[in-house]
Each structure stands twice: as structure tokens, then as C-alpha cells.
Design a protein around this ligand. Sequence first.
Ligand code: AMP
Ligand code: GLY
Length: 573
Amino acid sequence: MKNILILSSKNGSNFEAIIKYFKNRNDINFKLLTDNKDAYVIKRAKKLAIEYICLNKEEIKEFFLKNKFDFVVMAGFFKILDKETIETNTFINIHPSLLPKYKGLNAIEYAYVNNDTKTGITIHYANEYVDEGEIIFQKELKINPDWSLRKLEKEIHKLEHYYYPRIIEKLLGLNVLVVGGGAREHVIAQKIKESNLLDTLYLADCNDGFSSLGNKIEYTDYKNLALQAQKRNISLVVIGSEEYLANGLVDILNKYKIKTIGPDKNFAKLESSKLFAKKIMAKYSIKTAPYKKITSINKIDKYLSYFKNPIIKANGLAKGKGVYLSEDISSLKKELVYFLNGKYGISSKTTLIEERLYGEEISLFSFWDGESLLHFPLCRDFKQNEKGENTGGLASICPIELDYMTNEKLNIYKEKLLKLLKKEKIKTPFIVYSGLIIARDDIYVLEYNVRLGDPEAQSLLNYIQNDWLEVFYMCSIKALSSIQLKEGKKPITTIVMTSKGYPNEIKKGVEIKNIVPLNNKTKIYFSNIIVSDGKILSNGGRVLSVTSDNRSDIYKTLNDIEFNEKEYKILDS
Ligand code: AMP
Ligand code: GLY
């Protein structure tokens, strides 16, 4: 149980917002302390069935010398507390300005009469001085010149009521659930585990290679998963892969008011329907390869003739195998027949024929919190194997540097993307993964995904030095603008160890031995393994990946792993 005391002298609208926000939490005890027996906040406390006490100045001091809380939250409390009192507990305060501007009373009014173009709110640790102490969080508010003072006050209070509970939640320590079982989810779980903001980590659908990082949750369906998350006071669900998104996990979590990062089922079509993505790109003049939709075998010859170098692409999700690239037109035709006959079920019954673009590919990950977009350093994914077949990804590097001109083109693309998200009124936070190609002296979008990439995540999450739980959480509460990215000093590489034959037929259940990272800056992340009778066995095409800032350490680690089906890509050093 966590104990929070709220201090309020008057109206108590922040008090009410906090209590209501945490109403489903069974692990927090709230109490109200007021210094004003006529305060309206007492009425609110009675209505919300929250225990309250009313004390005078001397009694307050005595009270704090005797009582200890996890946090003391000041919500419109007008008594100044002395140093001795303040040092008994951790006090937090909220103030309606961007401190250090306008300390003390009437902060909103000052911003208004001074015709400021912006103001905001500040949440900070309190000390014995008024509105001082270390700043925890600030949110800016642009002031519309047409607003009345009343309107500005209303907008400020809206921000307070939204952010104060959410920042308190973060300070209390977060229970987090990571959903998914690949190496991407392994690195996400590992980074969250290392965060100081974490209370308890939960895992759903993890693989045996990282199950020891958290408490496993077994579930029957998404509703059941949401209910279990609620029971465990989970504040944030981080979803790794596209299937959950396309199948509506976010919609269900939203229904239960559980925060997550991912589009709802409708906007997940950006990844799960190539046609949807093409249409939205056309609407915002985002450059992409010309295409034609095909559903009937009779049209194959006619449609293929429209393209110089055609490729084919299943409209729906196909586990990263939905693109067929071949310069040999007869094998392309043969494959197109398989696609249209349902090689990937409904996903390929509608297929796109598309012009092939030639150039360097880059992956751009951008976090969208519903208001602002945070772009991460570029990554590269190496998708093609030695036979030229497309795979889910065999290696990755982060960061990738671009020349000046290409970077300018990228900036234009970023502006278009922002416009798209704003105009389409996308309110759910999610990760935009732009699969880009530098072709014809420009930037083209090959594909959109709505999640982190695998194996890009392994490199990106190790390159960026921020607290990743903070990045995910702040994204989930529309507070990304407070994140400053801290880049690492050296580029990071990830190499995937696959089973022979991947992306086609592979042998499962083959024992793997001697999985030992060469040193502590070499990381191993598991994708498809199971542990059976104490043995580690392969269980899929991509088995594990090795990440480091030193390529030779990666290759030494891979080399020492004993696995009869072992294959991996060699990148130039
Ligand atoms: P997608 O299924 O759209 O996610 O595409 C997966 C991969 O297929 C991309 O990362 C590219 O390597 C390749 N690809 C897709 N579209 C094209 C294209 N028009 N030209 C060249 N390669 C493509
Ligand atoms: N690396 C490709 C993907 O995650 O889709």
C-alpha cells in the first residue's frame, strides 16, 4: 500500500481530479488535510468518501513530525510550511505558470495582463520557499490572443487536472506490461527493467529467453488480459508486434483506461493494409512507388505490363514475407498466382503490383503522443539474404548519417508526416515506423509500420541513452515534448542468428549451446527459443540477436555459439 496525503485550502478541483484518476487503484490510500474548515474541498472529500482532517498551523507541524507518507501532494494549499516541516516528507506542488516565472499568487492573471504568448504549468518538489524546489515536469500552453482570462484559467486547469495525477503516478513507481515474444520485446523489457521508474515488470507471450525479467501473465483473450492488467495496477502496456495492434488490443486497453502505445484497430491499417497506407500517402503528397491493386488472376498480364520493374506485395500482414522481389518476370507471375490464390490467406487475395525502387533503405522511428512527434536517429535494417530473398531483418545499425541534401529531403518528409497525423486527428499515441528508401534523388516511403522494428529496436534502444520507460510513459501521457534525446557515443550494430533455410522452411528444436556474450557490453536478445529439460532449443527462423558497439565482439560471440543450424549475415567492418 502506498500512502498519499493531499493538502488543499480551498476549492480542491485538483484533489478531485487526482482521486477520480486513481479510483481503480487498489494499492493507494488517499487522505486529505486542510487548514480551512469551510473549504469546498471538504465537500468533495465527503462525496468521494476520502478521509480528511482539518488542522491549524501549529497542529499541521506536529502532524508532519509524527506522520510519514510516500508523497504529500499540495493542491491549492496556501499555508507556507517551514523547513523543519517540509523535510519530514516528500512534498510536491503544482503551480499555474512556467516557473521560475510568476511565483506566488495570481500567476495566470499575470500571464494574461502581460499579453504573454505562452504560459503553462509546473509540477515541482516543494521546499520552504514559495514555488521553488526541483522541477519535475512542465507543460507549455500557447495563449490564444482571443481568450478571456476565464478561458485561460479554464485551459490551465484542464492541463493541471490531466497531468498532475499522471505525474504522481510516475513518481509512485510504474507497473508495466510488455506484450510479445521476440528479440525486440526482449530488449524493450530489459531496458524497462533497468529503469528507476519501474515498480514491477509483467510479461505476456514472452519467450523462455527473457521470461526471468518479469512476472508472466497468461491470458485467454484481450479482455481477460486487460482485466488482469487492471487488477495488477498496471500503468502502461508496451506492445511489441503488429498482430496485437491489427487485432484491436489497443481498443480494448483504451476501454479499460489502461495506457498503451499503439494505434487503434482502425489506424493500425497503416501497417496492416498497404492500400490504406497508399491512399493516405497520396492524400498528403508523400512520395511512394506507383502501384496497382489486383484481385483477379485474369488481369495479371495486363497489369504487370504497366510497370518497368514490378514487384508484388500482399495487401495485408504476412509476417514480413508479403513482398516478393524478382527481376525474372515469369517467377513473379507464378508467385502472383500463389498470392491471389491465398498464399497468405485474405492478406494476399488482394495484392499490390508496385514499381521497384532502387537505393539505400533507412528506417525512421518517430514517437507520436497525440500532439507532438519525436524522431529518433535513423536506423538501417538489412533485409535481404544472400539469395536476394526478403526476410524480416538480418542485421541493423543505428545511427545512419545522411548527406546534407538527403537530410533536407528527409526534413520535408517529416513535415508531411506531422501534417498527416494532425489533420487525420490521430489521438492515440503510437510509434510511426517509416520504411524509407533514398531513390531518384529523393525520399520515398516503401512501407509504414506502427511499432518498433526488429532488429532495429535492439540497436536503437542501446544507442539512445535515455531512460526508455520514461520515453514510453511520457509518450503514453502526451508529454513527449519534455523528452530530450541523449545519443550514445558509438554506433550500435545488431546481427541476427538464424536457422538455416530462413525465411523458408527451417528445422526447429535443435539444441543451442554456449550462448555467452563476449563481454558485458555485448548483449544477447532471444527471438525464438524454448527451454526444455534444461536445454535451449531453437524454435523459429530468427533465433537470437547479438548487439554491441564493437562488431568483432558480436562475431566472436556468434562464432562461439554452438548450433548446427547456425547462419548469420556478415557486414563489412
Ligand atoms: P513491406 O512489406 O512493404 O513492409 O516491404 C518490405 C521490404 O520490401 C522493404 O523494406 C523493401 O526491402 C522491399 N520493398 C518494398 N517495396 C519496395 C519497392 N517498391 N521497391 C523496392 N523494394 C521494396
Ligand atoms: N525490421 C523490419 C520490421 O520490423 O518489420
